[in-house]
Design a binder for this molecule. Structure first.
Ligand code: PLP
Length: 433
């Protein structure tokens, strides 16, 4: 149930939510959006790092559509490429040159791979990657990390929140096929014991290990080199595939994502969000031996797969991301934001930590970084939610759980304004209590 924000500043948003709720369950079209604070905000437009709501209020956007808009909203070159393509045709349901160009640009970013498949969402790409792994190995079991999110399908919406400490998976949704739990084993991120134990017990039956190489939805935890190396070794030894879900990390923490940054190459890597600056497309990259199984009995289908709009957006987004200096800028701005916020927390005695990896900033409360996935899950986010509500009238739009995404459109001025806004709100909240 969405609480109505009575703030007169966002009266139009509240009204829009009231009208949406009688047509769309809960008023939102992805359940996770209910966690945004304030919950009612309804947006009219976005340009660069800024959004405008239906009441005309402006915000510096740290949500970026939950990640995709890495070049900023309505980036002129992306908009132009899409406009040109819209006039030429949108969905051919057959081969077109835009697919090839998008594939070339993507594989140039991750030269470790030579084949790619396109789908529409991260969830779909995870689905086809797992199917390929099962077909390639003739095995069924999939290993995932506790605290990692890999999409909302029955196959993978397991042990995202609850942690058992063992290898048994836990359901994270009502209505899930209970048999999905039998196909998945759980390990702890960065825990080499856990990796050794799962391979010792089930090694010959494991089709794939899928990891978010940075636990990006669970505290922005970087992988220990020993964890990645051991996973690679154990997969090679037993014949299982190693899959990176780079839906968050891909084209964001580096042009070549975690594959480039950490150097351990998986068999398959999954991309989505940042690859098309907000247009729906995802990809699985790998080598022909595995990917080409789609020509040998593995079904990969989808009406909108590789549609001309999404591939046009992909080609131009990746072209811009590949320009010299892009990642230096993204890292520098995120570092300035994390440092500035940390300084505010320290000066005002707030028990919080700000760290960043590339253009993702993560705030943690009362815990040292790196946090364990379990501690992240058990974190009380009340203060963050309160800040998000108070920072909204100051012109900031924030994600839940202390995470902030930056784009190439965020400026040094945006960052200084953001730090000042945090300081003002923290000072004010301190005076109130
Ligand atoms: C790491 C990761 N994998 C997969 C997904 C699912 O992607 P989508 O929402 O496009 O289905 C997400 C979504 O946030 C994600 O963060």
């Amino acid at each position: 149930m969405i609480a109505k924000d009575q703030d007169h500043r966002i009266r139009g948003s509240v009204d829009a939510l009231n009208r949406a709720e009688v047509l769309i369950s809960g008023g939102v079209t992805s359940g996770l959006r209910r966690a945004l604070e304030p919950q009612a905000l309804s947006f009219e437009s976005g340009h660069g790092s800024h959004l405008k709501d239906v009441d005309g209020n402006e915000y510096i956007d740290y949500v970026l559509g939950w990640g995709p808009a890495i070049l900023g909203h309505t980036h002129p070159a992306v908009t132009e490429a899409v406009e040109i393509q819209v006039r030429k045709g949108q969905v051919f349901g057959a081969i077109h040159p835009g697919e090839r160009l998008a594939a070339e640009r993507l594989l140039a970013c991750v030269p470790q791979f030579s084949r790619v498949l396109f789908s529409n969402t991260g969830t779909e790409a995870v689905q086809v990657a797992l199917r390929l792994a099962r077909a390639a190995t003739g095995r069924n079991l999939i290993v995932k990390c506790a605290g990692a999110y890999h999409g909302w399908h029955d196959t993978m919406l397991l042990s995202y929140h609850q942690h058992t400490g063992g290898h048994r998976a836990v359901s994270n949704t009502l209505g899930q096929n209970p048999r999905a739990l039998d196909d998945v084993l759980v390990i702890d991120f960065n825990d080499v014991e856990s990796v050794q134990s799962v391979f010792r017990q089930y090694g010959q039956d494991i089709a794939a290990v899928i990891i978010d190489p940075v636990l990006s939805n669970g505290g922005l935890i970087e992988p220990d080199p020993a964890f990645l190396t051991l996973l690679r070794e154990q997969c090679d030894r037993t014949g299982a595939l190693l899959i990176y879900d780079e839906v968050i990390t891909g084209f964001r923490i580096a042009l070549g994502g975690a594959v480039e940054l950490y150097g351990v190459v998986p068999d398959l890597a999954i991309y989505a969000k940042a690859m098309a600056n907000g247009f729906p497309i995802s990809a699985v990259a790998g080598q022909p031996e595995v990917i080409d199984l789609v020509t040998q009995g593995v079904v990969h289908a989808g009406t909108y797969n590789g549609n001309a709009i999404a591939t046009a957006a992909t080609a131009v987004t990746l072209e811009f991301l590949a320009l010299p200096g892009t990642y230096e800028l993204l890292w520098a701005h995120a570092q300035a934001l994390a440092k500035g916020l940390q300084n505010v927390f320290d000066v005002h005695g707030v028990d919080a930590q700000a760290h960043h990896l590339g253009p993702i900033v993560q705030i943690l409360f009362g815990k040292t970084h790196p946090i364990s996935p379990r501690d992240f899950d058990e974190t009380d986010w009340t203060l963050w939610n309160q800040w998000s509500r108070s920072l909204s009238p100051e012109g900031l739009f924030l994600l839940p759980h202390g995470r902030m995404f930056l784009s190439t459109a965020h400026t040094a001025e945006d960052i200084q304004r953001t730090i000042k806004a945090f300081e003002g709100v923290i000072q004010h909240e301190k005076d109130r209590f």
